[in-house]
Design a protein around this ligand. Structure first.
Ligand SMILES: [Zn+2]
Length: 141
């Protein structure tokens, strides 16, 4: 089972399995682009985890399907949806065979501005005044 990836810099395709050697620094094999700056030591492990989970999922679903046949039909949307949501920047070419898929012209893969903006932010985006006020009261007490 292979998971394909694409370099955000040179746009060439690789396999995730090619990146799981920590000695390689989680970089593009072609152009050397660092895929996870600051996380080069942990990213290969996470990638390996994702591959293992993917294989486990596919194996388990296949097994389940062989037991149930047509008596049980898994809802594909609920299976695939969370995966699609986890990959906001994915090029849907390989995953989504739907003909009506939208394709942005000249979208740069490394452009992350289309990532989901999370409306529910904690204190991270609060004005400094509030944070320091909270900290101050804690220190004083
Ligand atoms: Zn590259």
């Amino acid at each position: 089972m292979t998971i394909g990836v694409r370099c955000g810099s040179c746009d060439r395709e690789l396999l995730l399995v090619q990146l799981v050697q920590p000695s390689q620094g989680f970089r593009c094999l072609f152009c050397g682009f660092a895929f996870a700056p600051g996380y080069a030591t942990v990213a290969p492990g996470v990638a390996a985890r994702a591959m293992a989970a993917h294989a486990t999922l596919v194996t388990a679903l296949t097994e389940l399907q062989s037991m149930t046949g047509d008596r049980l039909r898994l809802d594909q949307a609920t299976l695939v949806g969370p995966l699609a949501n986890a990959l906001p920047a994915v090029d849907a070419k390989a995953e989504d065979p739907a003909p009506a898929r939208r394709r942005r012209a000249h979208r740069r893969p490394w452009d992350t501005t289309h990532y989901r903006r999370q409306p529910t932010t904690g204190t991270a985006k609060e004005p400094n005044g509030r944070i320091s006020a909270g900290l101050g009261s804690g220190v004083r007490g």
